[in-house]
Design a protein. Sequence first.
Length: 318
Amino acid sequence: MRTFSGGKSKPRNLAVHPLTGHIAASGDRASGWGPGVLNALATVSLDRTSIMPRNSWAFLDQTNILFRSNDRGRAGLMSLGSLEILDPKNLFPDLDSQAAIHFDLSRDRTQLVAIRKGNRAAQIHRKSGDQWRLKAKIPFPRVNGAPPLVLRLAPDGNTFVGGSRSSSRIFPIDGQYREIRHDHQRGLLADVLWLDQGRALLGAHFGSDLSWGRVDSIEFLRRWNPVTGMPTMTRSNATVIQALALEPEESRFAEAGHGYDIRIRSVADLSVIRKFRAHDAPIVALAWHPKLPILASASLDRAIRFWNVDSGALVDEL
């Protein structure tokens, strides 16, 4: 397993290469975090800046990572072969790399959704040969000007979910957006997964008026029908859930957050299959290995750990 890590700061994001199983981590610039190649004894700073937690970087293919720097608010491209920072225009001639963006890839790595800061339209880019060309622009109305905190492209690349502090919506490429229905007026969709080839949505939601775990707050897992936006199943949770990770076979998923535990749940009924203590601080990111029963977790306790999901045993730690 090839592992990306660096520095001594708090990790904020994890990603797994879908082809090779490489694990990548990123976090705050203040203490020196930046993806690097551990087995090559190198730490690479992406534009000398920090990387935002979610929807801020992605493995495009075997050799390239697209990322968004936080401080400078622009997109960058890194080659894993040379560890060089490249101009995104090399692969994305239609992308404005000077604007801060959020983005997500389709499961087959052939389509990408990108949202620019201050822009009220999402861009869908499709891979064509060695480049990614603009396929469509989709109106993206924002609530109070807030950017999406969650952005997830469906497996087929034809629909995406955008969630902000007070609204979650489903955006088809060729139609009007639909609201995802909640039981209250305000709240935060912390993370979301597409299930069953895009026929279902699974989301982690918390907060009555963004209360973050107060007695009167609402924390739950919920499945939605993406066609209607209506909920089909709900499970309450005692603590805030911040991260989700789906097993490649889609029969199980992992969730974690403020409770320091990782729970492995059934996709079918959202029930807990296994629960184990993983960290000594809130867990902010999870990543499931594409071929092995291994789950990576990142926490504000500055640790990245690898777990056997079948037993809950610790496999390794950074």
